[in-house]
Ligand binder design. Sequence first.
Ligand code: FAD
Length: 444
Amino acid sequence: MVGLSSFRETFSGEIVLPDDPDYDQARAVWNGMADRRPALVVRPTRVDDVLAALRLAREEDLVIAVRCGGHSIPGLSTCDDGIVIDLSRMRGVEVVPERRTARITGGSLLADLDDAAQRHGLVCPVGVVSHTGVAGLTLGGGMGRLQRKHGLTIDNVLAVDLVTADGRVVRASEDEHPELFWGVRGAGPNFGIVTSFEFRLHPLEHEITYGTVVHPLDRARELAGLWRDLAENGPDELFLSFGLTDAAEAYLTALHSGPPDQAERDLAELRAFGPPAEDSIKAMPYLETQHLADESQAWGHRFYMKSAFLPALTDEVVDICVEHATRGPEGAESGFSVWAWGRRISDVAEDATAFTGRGAAAWLAAETMWDDAELDDQCRAWGRDALAELTPYASDGRYVNDVAEVGADQARIAYGDAKYERLVALKREWDPDNVFRLNQNVQP
Ligand SMILES: Cc1cc2nc3c(=O)[nH]c(=O)nc-3n(C[C@H](O)[C@H](O)[C@H](O)COP(=O)(O)OP(=O)(O)OC[C@H]3O[C@@H](n4cnc5c(N)ncnc54)[C@H](O)[C@@H]3O)c2cc1C
């Protein structure tokens, strides 16, 4: 690579090449199925380094994989033969408590944002596994347990700074490059490398109430009915997920972010629905909930998922899930989960951001995790078969961050025709050469 020696002179971060002892660790991403061999992995420490890495990539005609937390389901933050721009040395959060905002750098993880915000009794709605990257999660949408109260993560973005394909640093917000700001919120990885975000935060000082009640699978329909009732009539503070496991269990997980006495009242019906095989609902610090799934969702396993938005969680949908729940491949852990949507998510107009699917009552996913590569085909087939049967019950849009397949039509399916065309126009303006193409790609 002819440009490498001059790159070394300007680049202040780390450069990892295939002969280096930590190359295998540097090329690894969260999903064990994405086993790729980049020509180099670079870890910038500042915006100038990101610009230098982009210049090198363009001069050497290298495909670019941008990485924050490395949790892309299809492994879009790694590549064969190209350059990985790994932002993991650009982690940092600065909270301004009096304005209730946080400025956070482009390589930060959810834990960084959660910890810094909670130190001031504040919170930003993000996802549920603390080692996920803020950038990848936010740029696709960002769903989590505070979404009915505070919206998607993108609904709390005030501005982003990004390095664009032509090597500029641009700020996008409602006032600066508003069309770019529209596209960044849902299709973000297509338009540049975000080096920092500014988020709006919300007060959350008391303990929240969190836990799961578990019942046998044959009560799935009844439990789903309760989910429907609570999701429709419960307060914005109440987040609910209904799920089925391959151990023939149906469960309902709740997070109530209101005061504990209000939570006790709002969850009384759920707790009286019994007798449960297990009931772990109790008051606890919000930060504790944000780490509960960290280990079960650890790096390196193989993973496949397929999701859809639903206008309603009907009995027919529940029956299809029940039928598939215990048919997951032996040796894998498989299941369904259904998250309550609505409230602040649907308060935002569907065309206000590139994200598509705000009108849904629920998000449903079939997920499977395993270690033996021999099971790859079976596991993918399990998820695909289940979702194929559920498709007639789905509403418009797909959550782009869940799409495990990569292909020319995926982005169009996720965003729908009208938004896709609007994104194409934006892509032609900001990245006509498709420099940033390792994402659910909008083709210029
Ligand atoms: C264990 C696990 C739990 C999850 N939980 C949730 C959840 O609760 N809620 C939810 O909404 N989603 C969740 N997801 C999905 C998650 O939002 C996506 O996988 C997301 O893309 C991960 O972001 P990342 O930064 O970790 O990934 P990466 O693999 O680093 O990046 C993902 C995509 O974003 C691009 N990208 C990364 N950083 C930048 C940047 N700074 N600028 C521009 N582009 C960038 C990458 O190029 C890639 O295309 C989860 C995924 C996993 C694996």
